[in-house]
Design a protein around this ligand. Sequence first.
Ligand code: SF4
Length: 445
Amino acid sequence: MLKLLVYGYLTNTYSSRKLEDQAAQNVHFMWLLGMKKPDHNTINRFRSEKLSGVLKQIFSQIVLLLQQEGIVSLKEAVFTDGTKIESAANRYTFVWGKSIKANKEKMKAQLDELWGYAQSIAAEELKDTAPVTFEEVNPEKVKETIARINAALDDKQEVEKKVKQKLNYAKKHWPENLKKYEEQEKLLAGRNSMSKTDPDATFMRMKEDHMLNGQLKAAYNLQISTQQQFILNYSLHQTSTDYQTLQSHLEGYEALYNEKPKAVVADAGYGSDENYGILEEKGIEAYIKYNTFDKEQKDGLKAFSNDSLHYNQAEDYLVCPMGQRMKHIGEGQRVTSSGFVQMISRYQALNCEGCPMRGVCHKAAGNRIVEINHGLRKHKQAAKERLNTEQGIKYRKRRPADVEPVFAQLKHNHGFRRFLLKGLSKTEVEIGLLSIAHNLRKWKA
Ligand code: SF4
């Protein structure tokens, strides 16, 4: 069955029905299967159930063979990049985390309003009941509160018709909606979106935007590390930002081979404070640009920018463009969307009044205040020096020719632009089969 699938992915045959047909008609498949003819259900079950969780080990065996042959080295530099692959989910099946939060808030406010109304009309009936707060709501609490309001207002003639209608609507829909929101929040697990028909998929902006309308599509973020255009590691992620994927991608590499690459070469999408720190800690050289690297190479540091201010480490002060000392006035923290804590130091110029550069230097009312992340500044400086060494220039030239053609090969030459299966574990199997097929194809090319 594995031979059937690998050969299928080698020959761009991904669907289980087409594989079933090939097994019955194509002499290569017949030979590989020893004339057995599995049906599409069996093929699908094997692919989605039996291979899940074990395929990566099989993939690694092929990479180890490549290493044995001297074609790749797991200890050398790897070229890492990511691409988004559309999920098999139906389009327009959005579930938004922010909408869930907003709906819950609206429900809380309306419940609070109804409770207040009930108290104004039936204060006597509700006087012995415990006070109710709506900071936290759950289906049981909503059900119970609506029942209490209904009981208190039951025989009151003065209750407005629209309140009765609202209470009926709330009784019928709110507990159920809340239950649905709770389940969806669990599936979202901190993400801002997911698809109803493939909850593991996140809505992402794709490069392949044929309608040119920036439409979001349910997708997975595929990360690969390559060497000589061979895939050494792959991982699928539910976030669209590349910089948040590097740590777990590298951990996967180490777990698979018990080895670390000497260097990671990647584009500016990975150049974050957190990633530079992780690589430094692991003893891996980071040939990773930061967001302003190319611009700095071309035009130098932007005049008056925070990065252009000289820092005196011994006495902990900055020097402003007029040569004035900027005094250290405090420390702070910033938490990134991935939960990483950045340490921020604040500095202030002593007197900006009457400075001839005042108009171009800053727009604040008083003296200029800047926030400096010394950790990131240090990492950026080290990355800049590394990227401008002879080795760094070689890696920079090689990166787009090593990893990017692999995506072009998979998506354009072999037509794999959309997953056939749904769910993270099953799509991982698809990517594993695709990577095995890619490596074998390239090896024997
Ligand atoms: S405006 Fe203030 S911070 Fe800017 S150059 Fe003049 S003195 Fe320095």
